[in-house]
Design a protein around this ligand. Structure first.
Ligand code: XCC
Ligand code: SF4
Length: 640
């Protein structure tokens, strides 16, 4: 157990968090940190991944030190158990992202056929770009007709029953990578007689395949289980998440580069504060939009509030931050702290990454904790079911609920830590290319010259096992110092925004090459590319560079990291990066180390087979060294 956690300063590096944690101690509010301490010592079988409870002859556990049984009741080995558990994590992570994407595809269909009038095609230019990429004719056609066809292709990617790879992947993945994965299937078939596919056939199918093959008495081969985990994860990155990103841009508008504020100081003492938390901007973007309506403004004034102030948390926060310039209250570990300010009138959540503890905590305040999705109900919350076809009315009802709570706010208990940082955000692939003058060539030239050594993509969460934001900030600073451009998403991006690393003066922390580039282009050295589904934007950028140079992604000086990772979605993201040819750093330890064969496949064999692999490292400076080393090796291989 980490005794350091007993002091609040060692729980987070964030100044606002430190202030709030002092209040939590004083008032006796429970937090993730306190509950984590109560969980010590955590189960080492679970940490190593060698616990199986797939059938009712179990649970079985394998002692990795050889002191206990070496097989489960059915004879399963440690590697089988570890690989099955990992595959299930990848399936859940992929499903979460992809199910989000499905809803966006269905909404686009509904908008196209006129059955939903609460949303519209907000970015017809992006619609044409996506359609063109998919090979859908656009000339002289109405946007609604084009949108209908795009939605049909997207929906088919989920439920196609054929053996051919999903269309979005085929059209978006760079040619050399697609070819390599296809060849790999043939090679494995020839050399091992095993039918092992890497190209996803349908998004839903690959997750169901994992559920099937990990049922009692099916696939026990670690290699085949890992291979299917890669295929399923690729169906997320180049399928479900990509569809979510592209279609959200069409329906809600593509993000543009803009300055925003990040940290708890975005809450306003005089306003009705509504925090949107979760992942799906179909809801949160509406809440932001309706908060500006004359009716909501008048209602807020009627209770003596200045205005309705909508702010974000986690990824849905990232979505409205990028598109609507909404202030960012914080990342995952900030969610409880936001409620403790006593200034949140409603926290509105949709799906994913929402602590159930928030309901209890909100009940200590006047805060309305509102769940909106049938897929994420939480005991103690007020449930207002969100329906896309009545989006305007329901979003208005949610805001009115917050306004009604405002008069119950106990002003004596309000404490808003006055910390915010400015962040320049909104670096989509389109915006990056625009800043470069329309082509990736200037970026490639800078990389070839060595002005920028390479690009690191960082993703992921907060994890109570790591001091909040410490790994995110230190690793990012270390990389830019080494002239490595850093891009990323999710709760990492929020950590970077709160730390000031996405503001223009942060270029002074960069090495001389990167600093000069940032000066010329007027950009920060650390680029916010969006929410976790927007990791697809990073894939897309990598693919754009690869296709432009006619190489594979695995040839490029690119490297990934998920420091402070928490969720199964992060497993899927890391795995599709690896499957796309990008080496990925992870911390904390993934639950695989009890399976030596699985560990070897993921940390070593994958390097030759896929060009991407995992490595684990606890120290951010050492991590940066290793990431730089990988970049330099790839540069050398390219002869630059
Ligand atoms: Fe969730 Fe996306 Fe992780 Fe943050 S970073 S804790 S997954 S909100 Ni994706
Ligand atoms: Fe034990 Fe095998 Fe059942 Fe797993 S599947 S719980 S290892 S008997």
């Amino acid at each position: 157990m980490d005794l350091a956690h007993t002091s609040h300063d060692s729980r987070s590096i964030d100044p606002a968090a430190k202030e709030m944690l002092r209040i939590a101690d004083r008032e006796g509010y429970a937090t993730i940190w306190e509950r984590y301490e109560k969980q010590q010592p955590q189960c080492s079988y679970g940490q190593l991944g060698t616990c199986c409870r797939i059938c009712s002859m179990g649970p079985c556990r394998i002692d990795p030190f050889g002191d206990g049984p070496s097989h489960g009741v059915c004879g399963a080995t440690a590697d089988t158990i570890v690989a099955r558990n990992l595959a299930r994590m990848a399936a859940v992570g992929s499903s979460s992202h992809s199910d989000h994407g499905r809803k966006v595809a269905l909404l686009l269909k509904a908008v196209a056929n006129g059955s939903n009038t609460d949303y519209r095609i907000a970015d017809p230019e992006k619609l044409v770009a996506v359609a063109t990429r998919l090979g859908i004719p656009t000339d002289g056609r109405e946007p609604a007709a084009i949108a209908g066809d795009v939605a049909t292709v997207a929906i088919d990617c989920f439920g196609n029953q054929g053996e051919e790879p999903i269309v979005f992947m085929e059209k978006y993945m760079p040619k050399k990578r697609f070819q390599r994965l296809q060849d790999l299937e043939d090679t494995l078939y020839r050399t091992m007689g095993a039918k092992t596919g890497f190209l996803p056939r349908a998004i839903d199918r690959e997750a169901v395949d994992i559920l099937h093959r990990t049922h009692f008495g099916c696939d026990h081969d670690p290699l085949s289980l890992v291979a299917q985990s890669v295929r399923c994860s690729l169906s997320d990155g180049w399928g479900g998440s990509l569809i979510a990103t592209e279609l959200q841009d069409i329906l809600l508008g593509s993000p543009t580069i803009k300055p925003v504020k990040a940290n708890l100081g975005v809450l306003e003492a005089e306003s009705v504060n509504v925090v949107v938390h979760g992942h799906e901007p179909i809801l949160s973007a509406k809440v932001v939009e309706m908060a500006q309506s004359a009716a909501c403004r008048a209602a807020a004034e009627a209770v003596g509030a200045k205005r309705v102030n909508v702010v974000g948390l986690c990824c849905t926060g990232n979505e409205v931050l990028l598109r609507q310039g909404v202030g960012m209250a914080g990342n995952e570990s900030h969610s409880e702290l936001a409620i403790m300010t006593g200034a949140v009138d409603a926290m509105v959540v949709d799906v994913q990454c929402i602590y159930p503890a928030l309901a209890d905590l909100a009940s200590c305040f006047h805060t309305r904790f509102i769940t909106t999705s049938e897929q994420a109900k939480i005991p103690g919350a007020l449930h207002i079911q969100f329906e896309e076809q009545e989006a305007d009315a329901i979003a208005t009802h949610i805001i009115k609920t917050a306004i009604d709570a405002f008069p119950n706010r106990n002003k004596a208990r309000v404490y808003i830590p006055q910390h915010t940082s400015t962040a320049i955000v909104g670096f989509t692939v389109e915006e990056i290319l625009k800043a470069l003058g329309g082509t990736p060539q200037p970026l490639i030239d800078l990389i070839v010259k060595g002005t920028i050594k390479g690009v690191a993509g960082i993703v992921g969460c907060n994890n109570v096992k790591v001091q909040q934001d410490f790994f995110h900030r230190t690793l990012t600073e270390e990389l830019i110092k080494r002239d490595i451009l850093v891009i990323g998403t999710g709760c990492w991006a929020i950590a970077a925004a709160k730390s000031g690393l996405m503001d223009l003066p942060a270029r002074d922390l960069a090495g001389p090459g990167l600093r000069a580039v940032c000066g010329q282009l007027g950009i920060p050295p650390v680029l916010h590319m969006g929410s976790c589904v927007d990791c697809s934007r990073m894939l897309n950028l990598a693919g754009t560079l690869a296709d432009h140079l006619q190489v594979d992604i695995s040839d490029l000086p690119l490297v990934g990291s998920a420091p402070e990772w928490t969720t199964e979605k992060a497993v899927a993201i890391g795995t599709y990066f690896v499957g796309s040819g990008i080496p990925v750093h992870l911390w904390p330890l993934p639950p695989i180390l009890g399976g030596p064969e699985v560990t070897k496949i993921l940390t070593s064999d994958a390097k030759d087979v896929l060009g991407g692999w995992f490595f684990v490292e606890e120290d951010p400076v050492v991590t940066a060294d290793r990431m730089e080393q990988i970049i330099m090796e790839r540069r050398a291989a390219l002869g630059i």
